[in-house]
Design a protein around this ligand. Structure first.
Ligand code: VTB
Length: 345
């Protein structure tokens, strides 16, 4: 799977990032998202594969493109049946977030990226559009920190695993009212908090890379983003746990007329019978082969953002594979108009 898809998915996230970056700082988050979706879908449909979107832009009725259940790839198109041999290709599931951090792009802030994860059919948890309590930590703390423990306890464990003092630890938390107590607790325990306005996928993955000075992600973000983060953490050997939040007293999902009961009903209808279950990384991204790709739209901790120059752009992407056990940073110069020569900038 990796051999055929590895390079192509870099281009998928690159194209989405370039399209979205053109809207950087323009204050129009919906357009920044829409152009990324279109670019991602167009490039994806040129790949020789049989793909199905499991995490996407929404339900079919609400999202015209990259909706949940949409089939993508050349071999899912009617006119390609003549030269595609479906028996030759495994079916794959794809989770996409073409513009992770639309506000960040719209307001020219750091940390947005185009991102996707792939696994063989059934290999990614089809998370409902709910919130998720998340805990991400470096590989050294995998299975030792626990989302059921308090932030204070987890910081003690983390400090031990990383052989540091708690004061040296940095925890990323999304700046939201729902996290006020959590932020207070982390500070009281002695650790430092890096508040972000959006983009917790990038924050989660950063935990798995030494040198980012990010040691944990704590708090509540969106569940689909949790699955995408888990796919990367699965490949990187990092810690990731997620627990769905269905109580509107904690955070409202935004569904019309929602209540605790109606949310529970909705989860049941999706065959989620234990709503309090804590999912670990291997359950959120259970596939035998998992691939992850991201490309910076605006600059971030792990990747540069898109930089435009005369008739071209330069991007930085990250491709992670559970199969080859690699995390590749790919620096690409894109020439829009056949220049005479390539200049490194
Ligand atoms: C979360 C987070 C994402 O949007 O979904 C957030 O996981 C929205 O949270 O990374 P609120 O509803 O509390 O604003 C992102 O930050 C960007 O998609």
């Amino acid at each position: 799977m990796e051999n055929t898809l590895g390079l192509e998915i870099i281009e998928v996230v690159e194209q989405a990032a370039i399209a979205s970056a053109k809207w950087m700082g323009k204050g129009e988050k919906n357009t920044a998202d829409q152009v990324a979706v279109e670019a991602m879908r167009e490039r994806m449909n040129k790949i020789y594969m049989r793909g199905r979107i499991v995490i996407g832009e929404g339900e079919r009725d609400d999202a015209p493109m990259l909706y949940i259940g949409e089939e993508v790839g050349i071999c899912t198109q009617e006119d390609a049946k003549s030269y595609c041999n479906p028996d030759e290709l495994i079916e794959i599931d794809i989770a996409v977030d073409p513009c992770e951090g639309t506000n960040l792009v719209a307001y020219g802030q750091n940390g947005s990226m185009a991102v996707l994860a792939i696994a063989e059919k059934g290999g990614l948890f089809a998370a409902p559009d709910f919130y998720m309590k998340k805990l991400a930590a470096p590989p050294a703390a995998k299975g030792k920190v626990d989302i059921n423990k308090s932030a204070t306890e987890n910081l003690k464990i983390l400090a031990e695993c990383l052989d540091r003092s708690i004061e040296e630890l940095v925890v990323v938390v999304m700046k939201r009212e729902r996290h006020d107590d959590l932020i207070k607790e982390i500070r009281e325990a002695g650790a430092r908090v890096r508040l972000i306005s959006d983009g917790d996928v990038s924050a989660a993955i950063s935990c798995a890379f030494a040198g980012t000075n990010i040691h944990a992600l704590m708090g509540i973000g969106a569940a689909p983003e949790g699955v995408i983060s888990a796919a990367a953490m699965r490949c990187l050997g990092g810690h990731f746990q997620g627990q769905l939040i269905y109580d509107p007293a904690v955070v409202k999902t935004g569904l019309i007329g929602e209540s605790r009961e109606s949310n529970l009903e909705r989860l049941k209808s999706m065959n989620i019978n234990d709503p309090d279950k804590v999912y670990d990384v291997d359950e959120l991204a259970s596939g035998e082969t998992v691939l992850f790709a991201a490309c910076g739209i605006t600059p971030g901790v792990l990747m540069e953002g898109v930089r435009f120059f005369h008739k071209g752009a330069r991007t930085q992407s990250l491709v992670i594979s559970s199969q080859s056990k690699t995390a590749r940073f790919v620096d690409t110069i894109h020439m829009f108009d056949q220049p005479q020569y390539i200049q490194l900038r």
